[in-house]
Every structure is written in C-alpha cells, then in structure tokens.
Write a protein that binds this ligand. Sequence first.
Ligand code: SAM
Length: 412
Amino acid sequence: MADHPVYPVGLRLAGRRVVVLGGGQVAQRRLPALLAAGADIVLVSPSATPSVEAMATSGEIHWERRRYAEGDLAGAWYALIATTDPEANTRASAEAERSRVWCVRADDAHAATAWTPATGRSEGVTVAVLTTEPEGRDPRRSAALRDAIVEGLRDGTLSAPQHRTRVPGVALVGGGPGDPDLITVRGRRLLAEADVVVADRLGPRDLLAELPPHVEVIDAAKIPYGRFMAQEAINAALIEHARAGRAVVRLKGGDPFVFGRGMEEAEALAEAGIPCTVVPGISSSISVPGAVGIPVTHRGVAHEFAVVSGHVAPDDDRSLVDWPALARLRGTLVVLMGVDKIGAIAQTLVANGREPHTPVALIQEGTTAAQRRVDATLATVADTVVAEGIRPPAVIVIGEVVALGGTLRTTS
Ligand SMILES: C[S@@+](CC[C@H](N)C(=O)[O-])C[C@H]1O[C@@H](n2cnc3c(N)ncnc32)[C@H](O)[C@@H]1O
C-alpha cells in the first residue's frame, strides 16, 4: 500500500457521525475543524483536556466518559483514533477496517486508512497539503507548504487573477497605525487586489510601494477639490472610480470609524448605490500607547479608558467633549489630534479636579521608524510639547498607566 499515492478527497461531514476516541491534545487540535465541517461528533474517552471538556459542556460534541469498547464505531462515517492506549487504538482501527469506516490514527499513521492533511482556509479556498512521496509522510513540510500557500492567498502574492471574481465597489480599509505589519490580513489582501488605492497621510504608507505598477495610487490630500470640501472631493473620487468598474481601496490610518470619517464615506457610497465593505483596523488610540509599553487599562490602576479628539480647544463652541466629566475619571484618557491644544486641555482637566502631577505621555509617529516618546505631567505638558518640538501625529496618554512598565523593554 505504501507504494501508492493517497487519493485526496473533501469529506462533507455535516450532520454525519464522527467518532473521536481519546480526549487529549490530538482531539483538541482536530475537533475545531470537524465542528466547522458540521460533523455530529461523539467523543469516547475517560478524560479530556479543559478545552475539549468545554466543547462537551457547551453541547458542541457528545462525550461518553469511558474507555473505547468494541462496537463504538457503529454508524460512524469517519473516526479519529487518538487514545493513549496503543492496544485500544489497534482494536479500534481493526474495527474501523472491518466496518469500512475511514480512520486516522494518531499513534501509527501506517495502520490508518486515512491521513489528515495540513489544512488552511482563505476566502473561499480550502488548502489541504499531504506530503507522501518519495520519503513518506512529512507533516512538518506539509504544514510549512500550507502556511506558504495560505499566506500567499491572504496577502495577495498568490492569486489567479484570470479566475478571480472581483467584487466591485469600495473597501474602506483600516490600515493600522503605520507599521506595515499592523494591517489586517483582509485589508492586505484587498489592497493586493485593488486597481485604485486612495490613501491618507497616516497609516501604512510603506505598503503602497509594494503595489504592482498598474495600480493607481491617489494621495487623498492631493485630490483637487475646487468647489467641494476636501472630504466631498474624496467621496466623489471614490464614486467615480467605482462606477468605472474598478476595485477601489480607501486606505485609512488606524480604524476607519475612529475619528476617520469612515461613516461619511460609507454614507456617500450608499447614496450613490455603490457597494462598500468596511475592514476594521488597529486604532492608534490603543496600539500606539501599547507600542511604547503603555497599557490603556491595568488591573488595580485603570478600569476605564476614554478616547477623545483634541482638535478643538475645550472652550471652543464646536467641542462636543465634556471635559469636566473627563476630569473626574480615574482611568486613562487618550487624546488624538491634541498636540496643538494640549495646553488648554491640561489646564481644563486640572481646573476640574484632575491632579496636576498626573503622568502624561506623548507618542509621536508611533509604530513607525520615527517613533518617539516624551513624558510629562498635566502641569508640565504644555511646556514639554514646545521644548521637545512634538508634532502631529501624536497620541497623548493621560493617567497613572503611563507610569507603568518602567522595567519593560518593548520591541516592535
Ligand atoms: C484623524 S485621526 C485618525 C485616527 C485613526 N482613525 C485611528 O484609529 O488611529 C489622526 C490622529 O490619530 C493619531 N495617530 C494616528 N496614527 C498615529 C501614529 N502612528 N502615531 C501617533 N499618533 C497617531 C494622531 O493623534 C493623529 O492626529
């Protein structure tokens, strides 16, 4: 039998009985995929790992707490044999052979009638890799190949453009705070499939350099807006390119819906009847403090954090922020777009009860090569910003969490 290659097949297990013998690590690893396939799973095992036990408790699998007994495979379409008792495994695989139930064996691949491939999924494609020849099974090589294929599909470096069903419309993609590794997998794939990318100044600009030459990259800051407001001009450009049948990515810094005007763009697209996908991103409000070792919450220190825009001063009529209420918070305050107004903000917070010695961190261009952190207090921050020449983009963190992590060395 060893001379023949395996015959690959996709089992459609939904609603079909699958028997799993043994509730250890092997079952724990395999059960999620069997559950995802909709299998009707019976676990026979005297014990189980906490994760497997949780699947039984939640009713995802049926667990019989006992050892394997002859006849357990009756009615099964497929069996996973993974007990710690080799003799029980041998008896079970003999039963599987007699009953013509395909079975995998964790302890002896050669005694099994089926092998589990290394599998992965990316947007409608299931990848299954089995290395079988010439040296026999090599699960590590299978897993490495699977990873390479799935990664390629996800980041768009492996694609089949001629067969691709392109989704017309606009994807509002949150690009994360700046480090190109901090975009989501989905965002990166959509970027790789785009015909047109409309990008902001903030976000992972390095990724734009990787785009193939046919992709039109438009700098949102440079869209001519004549009689329009800048935002209306951006909306108009998105609509125009999408109407021309192009796959458009609107690449934004952080998350599109955190001070990103993402909803305005989504609404304009909806009004124009253009399909729009929103891909969340890692917001600078949490990730930039994290990049310098500041957690926005910490047990016993901060049980809340608020993210506010500081683009208008507290006494400005246009401000929608209740600064006196924020001054009463004991937790963390994260201010975006606040470099210019930090003096007035700090003054208002102190005037309304926050301690002047409350620690403040200013993190400029977080997660990029130019990242820089400067610390101050509410009493000193206005002078520090000037003295240190802090410029936007910067995230300002106010609260006791700033003083944590002195012994931490963060690397990115
Ligand atoms: C218009 S808001 C957009 C926020 C974005 N949507 C997000 O979720 O991160 C721009 C502000 O975000 C902050 N910001 C964004 N990226 C940053 C970075 N890499 N380093 C420091 N601050 C950043 C700055 O406060 C900047 O003024």
